[in-house]
Write a protein that binds this ligand. Structure first.
Ligand code: AR6
Length: 169
């Protein structure tokens, strides 16, 4: 498995699957979630609604997969991050689960290339330095990493980009 770092917008990345930092409703929101639904069009939301009707949304740390509508990627894996609430409320475990459950789902669907945003580091307020360490360690230690060709960390803000650059060495 190769790990790459990109400074940019995840909606423009050509991979098998991009990851969305969604919320439990799966109905869209702000940040990267808003950008994905806005550019991807209604097809993504329609499939999210179908999933929501079948299983009642998505819990923090869990992941579901949909089409990618008008985006260059083939699929969107929606995972619900961890709201930072001081650090003693299972935040790190939940964020780790986001990466793990997304990767497990990718393997199940035979996805070979996958792009992650910096889950939870926007509206959910997770400290960026800790989030980048969790993301990198979880991806690097993923048990089935031989089944995935490339993971791209897509950093939208410069602070995250610098942190990933530092922590990936
Ligand atoms: N491409 C890549 N990364 C982006 C983009 C983009 N187009 N836009 C923002 N980011 P956030 P969260 C980065 O707030 O903290 C939504 O309302 C951004 O710089 O999108 O997990 C959901 O519906 C930040 O580093 O997600 C939830 O309610 C990172 O994406 C809630 O926000 C994550 O920021 C989830 O909050």
């Amino acid at each position: 498995m190769k790990i790459e770092l990109v400074h940019g917008d995840i909606t423009e990345i050509h991979v098998d699957a991009i990851v969305n930092a969604a919320n439990t409703s799966l109905l869209g929101g702000g940040g990267v979630d808003g950008a994905i639904h806005k550019k991807g069009g209604k097809e993504i939301l329609e499939e999210c609604i179908t999933i929501r009707n079948a299983q009642g949304g998505c819990k923090p740390g869990e992941a579901v997969i949909t089409n990618a509508g008008l985006l260059p990627a083939n699929f969107v894996i929606h995972t619900v991050g961890s709201v930072w609430n001081g650090g003693n409320n299972n935040e790190t475990e939940l964020l780790k689960n986001c990466y793990l459950n997304t990767l497990n789902l990718a393997v199940q669907k035979e996805i070979k290339t996958i792009a992650f945003p910096n889950i939870s580091t926007g509206i959910y307020g997770f400290p960026k330095p800790l989030a980048s360490k969790i993301a990198i360690n979880t991806v690097k230690n993923f048990e089935m990493k031989n089944l995935i060709d490339t993971v791209i960390f897509v950093c939208y803000d410069y602070e995250n980009f610098e942190l990933y650059k530092e922590n990936l060495h």
